[in-house]
Structures are given as C-alpha cells and as structure tokens.
Design a protein around this ligand. Structure first.
Ligand code: GDP
Ligand code: MG
Length: 598
C-alpha cells in the first residue's frame, strides 16, 4: 500500500473509558468482522481479560476503510491497556504509530491514566485526537469534559469527537478524523530494511511471532534478516496482517504494521524494541528503543506440593515467552521449600500471572506477601538489592537502607481533598502540589514509598472517595528510610516466608494487628500454637491459637455417610490452599494478611 493511504494509531484512555468497545465498533463499521462473528471486547482474547473486562495486552489489528473521499485507507489500530501496571504496553504501542485517539468518558472526565497516557503520546510526538465517549449516558457532561481536556492536558478540545462505543454514534466521524488529522507514515521505501518490533508472542505451532512496524524498506517471506541488537538471524517464514485473525500477505511495505513468523523457539531472542534489518546490506544502528519494563513488586511463589517445582519453572518459562516484564529467580525458604521470587509490574500483574499459573497450568501455589526492591548499604560499603525479606542482611552488617519512592498523581473531586490528605500522610506520603483542572476535579501530586502503595493504599483511596479517585504513579527515586525486618514466629520458630520489612514507626502496630489476624486465620490444630511478632529478637506482640478439642468427624455420629464424605471433601478442598510449616497448617491468607493491616 502507498504510505499516503496508511494510518497507524493507538487508542488510549483511562481504564473503563471504553477503548475496547470503541475498537469493536470500528471493526464492525469497517466490515472487518461480520456482525455474526462480533462479540463484545473482541480484541480482549485472554480468558482473564474477558472475565475481568480489562485489556492486558495491546492488540494490533488492520482494517480497510473507504473514506468519504472515495479512497480506501489501511488503518492499523492498536487497542491498549489502561491500567497503570501495563503502562509499558502503551509505550510500546505508541512507538509504532503516528497518532493516538484519546478516549475520555463523558461521565467521568479526565482521570489519572488519561493524563499519563496523553503525556506519553505527546512525548512520542503523536497527533492526538480527543474523543469524548459514552455520550449516550444521561449523566454525560461533554462540555465539562472538554474543559478538563483543555485545562488538564493542554489539548485543544473544541473539535473533540462526541461518540458512543455503545450506540456507534460518532464512530464514523472518528474514522474521517483519522484520515484527515493523523499523518501518513514517512519512510524510505527503497532504503535498507528497518522494522521495529513492538510486541512478540509465542505460537505453539509456528514459534515466535513478532509484531512489527516497517519504518524503511519492505519485508517478505523468505527474506534473510537480522536483529540489530541481539544479532539473531532469521529466515522469514511468513508475513501478514491481523484482521484480527492472521492473514498472510506477499509483503509488508514501508509504513505498514503486521506480523512476522520467525520460526524461533525462544522469545528472549526476539526482544521487543529491537530492530529488524536485512542480513546482508542492512543497517547497524538500531531504531530508538523505548523504556524497559521494570518490576515494582516481588513475591515468592511456592508450589504446595514440592514435586510441582519443575512444573512451576516450566510454566514461568512459558508465560515469560509472552511477557518480557516477568522476572524470576529461584528462592529457597525453610518454611515453604523451593520456589521462585517473581518480579511483577504491579499488583494486578501479579494477580493475573498467579491466576494464569493456577488455571492454565493447574498449579497449586502459595504466594508470599509482596515486597519492593530495597537497596541495603552494608557497613563494608557494599550495596545489595533485596527483593525478599529473607535476604535482608543481619542488622549488625547494615549501615542504612534505601527504599523506592513513587511520584503519584491522584485525581479527585474537591470534597475529598481532606480524606486523601489524611490517608496518604498515614502512608508516609509527602504532599507536593495540587491544582484544579476544573471546578469538579483536583489533581494532587505526592511522593510516596512504593512499599506503602502495595499495602492496600489503592483500595482505601477508592473507598474513602466513594470510588471517585483515580491514581497513576511512576518510579521516582530511592531514599533512605528507618526500615527493619519484622519476623513472625509460630510455636517459637521464625517463619521466613511470613517475615516482612516495615518502617520503624509502624513495626509495633503492624506486628500487633498481624498477630491478631493470624490468630483468626490459622486453623486450630491438635495443639496450641503461639504466634509472635519480633524485631531482632525483641518480641513486640503475641497471640495464641487454642488447641482443637474434637475430631471433625466426631460430630457426625458415624451414621450419615454422605455428610461425612462431604465434610472430608470440604476439608480436602481447604487443604489445597494450606501448607504444612513444621507441624502447623498455614493457609494462603496468612501470607497476605500483612497487606490488610490498617
Ligand atoms: P476499556 O477499559 O477502555 O477498554 O473499556 P471497555 O471498552 O472495556 O468498556 C468499559 C465499560 O464501559 C464496559 O462495561 C462497556 O460496556 C461500557 N461502555 C463502553 N463504551 C460505552 C458507551 O459508549 N456507552 C455506554 N453506556 N457504555 C459504554
Ligand atoms: Mg480495554
């Protein structure tokens, strides 16, 4: 296709503002997917995406649009995730585009990820088309939202498209705006091949498939190509476009977006951000890459049955094929045996991966409480990165500890300013600035330790603002803090997998509340189980789980077999989530209790 008739754009927005639904309408209106095959949020292909109604992976799809000028255009559109954990997916998608459609919910207005995504698109020099969505709703306030887009984002919104992904209103206007406002790709058709890999995934039948944006030259089946950074050589097995089903094409030419079957078996050889060029006569300089995803939280994942360790390793390897952000290393816990310390982009990413490990791979796992990465400076001047409380050096060897801080953006209606102040200060936040982007929306900037955010900060923020607050954050810097390791002892023995790192001022409260929680969570055993919280051998709090008196089955008088069986089955199901630590059965919730201590 002549680049003049190509338009590459992403759809970006805060979560739930309607990106995926709008993409559905575009697929429908352009006849890419017939009405018969249409299902809601078609591009959300993972089970978890469909169930939770969220987009986790960006999806690139090609549609043909015949515009009012009679010309047929090739649109390559990328539906992106809105959740802060997956911001890096958005940045990858934007690198393949000339434009972005910024969707804002007419009933919600500008929210935290609206700002974050719009900034990313501006920094990538993209043409931004503002679109106010859900105008079918009676509570829609398009004029107010226009004001917020102008004041909060400095984007001219007079001509913002008013649309509804539900009814289809305005979608035609959007397609015309894409034709007229988004620049066509510029590139050298005759030049040596340069194509940017913006995503890759593993297809069990064909190996690694890369999603690419051709910047210069063209690429076809049978071409011998090379990855500039990795040096890997590839014989191209197939190229094509997704509609969203993959359709093979004779070639991908300058400016086009499509897929490329590499035949490679290992996704780590096809890094997102790398540049594809010809094996002979290609370029040596890669295209500018974009920011790497860096884990924010780490958690220990341990198989409940120790013979599932290998299976867990294989499952993590498989998931990493599609998820370059996933990091892991082996971890050995006294309490839980062999497992992995896994790094995630955030708590949602963690939940999703854990759920996939359990559902798609049939693993039964115990996850330990999430932790951030601490920088521990030892008295011998050495610095160690600590991802797991159990790796914390002995206090006598520690000079000081630094912890990661985030720059958080919080958007709220003015009524909640006080409540948010109180909550965030209690989470060791430092207030930076505040400004009104409309009479109904205030933007606050805070500095807050990452470790506080992964305690249930977001849930509390939501509940204290009746669901109105939205939050975005990015890593800011490491700063020193008075931090210490808090140990939990069961029957007098420290349980490494239950220990965590806490600020000195909060050690006592957290220890006390956690002991109380654990007392309720740990089921009664045949003997008494003392629970203690201690810092460096000093006990801060103590509780006791009383011994169980009777056998569970004793209640059943022996007669009722089916009731007895049911009871045993129930116990068995409950066991799945339990791990015997020494002689104490500890359920999964015990490891997460630390997250809900306030
Ligand atoms: P995304 O997170 O931005 O991809 O948002 P989705 O497309 O998944 O939509 C979030 C929710 O808003 C879903 O329940 C949709 O059915 C609903 N929704 C999306 N667009 C519209 C719209 O134009 N009008 C109405 N009333 N609801 C919409
Ligand atoms: Mg979506």
């Amino acid at each position: 296709t002549d680049p003049k008739f190509i338009r590459n754009f992403s759809i970006i927005a805060h979560i739930d503002h309607g990106k995926s639904t709008l993409s559905d309408r575009i697929l429908e209106l352009t006849g890419t997917v017939s009405q018969r095959d249409m299902e809601e949020q078609l591009l959300d292909t993972m089970d978890i995406e469909r169930e939770r109604g969220i987009t986790i992976k960006s999806q690139a799809v090609r549609v043909a649009y015949t515009a009012d000028d009679g010309q047929e255009y090739q649109f390559n559109l990328i539906d992106t995730p809105g959740h802060v954990d997956f911001t890096y997916e958005v940045s990858r998608s934007l690198a393949a585009c000339e434009g972005a459609v910024l969707v804002v919910d007419a009933t919600q207005g500008v929210e935290a990820q609206t700002v974050a995504n719009a900034m990313m698109a501006m920094n990538a020099d993209l043409e931004i088309i503002p679109l106010i969505n859900k105008i079918d709703l009676p509570s829609a306030e398009p004029e107010r939202v226009k004001g917020e887009i102008e004041d909060g984002l400095a984007i001219v919104a007079d001509d913002a498209i008013l649309a509804s992904g539900k009814t289809g209103v305005g979608v035609k206007d959007l397609l015309e705006a894409v034709v007229h406002l988004i620049p066509s790709p510029e590139g050298n058709a005759e030049g040596p091949l340069r194509a940017l890999i913006f995503d890759s995934y593993f297809d069990p039948y064909r190996g690694v498939v890369a999603l690419v944006r051709v910047v210069d030259g063209s690429i076809k089946k049978g071409d011998e190509v090379r990855l500039v950074n990795a040096g890997t050589e590839i014989l191209v097995e197939e190229v094509g476009a997704r509609h969203p089903k993959e359709v093979a094409l004779p070639n991908l030419s300058v400016g086009e977006v499509g897929y490329l079957v590499t035949g490679l078996k290992d996704v780590s050889q096809v890094r997102v951000g790398d540049t594809i060029t010809s094996r002979v006569g290609g370029v040596t300089e890669p295209l500018p890459g974009y920011r790497e995803a860096k884990p924010m939280v780490y958690t220990g994942l341990f198989p409940i049955e120790s013979d599932q360790f290998e299976a867990l390793k294989e499952a993590l390897e498989k998931l990493s094929l599609n998820d370059p952000a996933l990091e892991w290393e082996m971890e050995n816990s006294h309490a839980l045996g062999f497992g992995f310390r896994v790094g995630f982009l955030g708590l949602l990413h963690m939940e999703v991966i854990k759920e996939r490990l359990e559902r798609e791979f049939g693993l039964d796992l115990i996850a330990t409480a999430p932790s951030v990465e601490y920088h521990v400076y030892k008295t011998n001047k050495e610095m160690v990165s600590v991802h797991s409380p159990q790796d914390m050096p002995d206090p006598s060897e520690i000079d000081h500890i630094e912890e990661p801080y985030l720059r958080a953006t919080i958007m709220i209606p003015p009524d909640y300013v006080g409540a948010v102040m109180e909550l965030t200060v209690a989470h060791r936040g430092t207030f930076k600035t505040m400004n009104y982007i409309s009479p109904t929306t205030v933007e606050q900037i805070w500095e807050i330790p990452s470790s506080e955010l992964i305690l249930d900060y977001f849930d509390q923020l939501k509940s204290r603002t009746k669901g109105y607050a939205s939050l975005d954050y990015e890593f800011d810097e490491y700063k020193p803090g008075s931090l210490q390791k808090l140990d939990i002892l069961l029957s007098g023995k420290p349980i490494d997998a239950l220990s965590f790192i806490v600020h000195k001022d909060k050690a006592y409260d957290r220890g006390r509340v956690l002991c109380e929680k654990l007392k309720d969570i740990i089921p009664q055993q045949m003997f008494e189980v003392p629970i203690q919280a201690a810092v460096g051998g000093r006990v801060l709090a103590r509780q006791t789980v009383r011994a169980k008196r009777k056998d569970v089955l004793a209640k059943c008088y022996g007669g009722d077999i089916s009731r007895k069986r049911k009871l045993l089955e129930k116990q068995k199901a409950g066991k799945k989530r339990m791990k015997a630590i020494g002689n104490v059965e500890v359920p999964q919730e015990a490891f997460m209790a630390i997250l809900k201590v306030d």
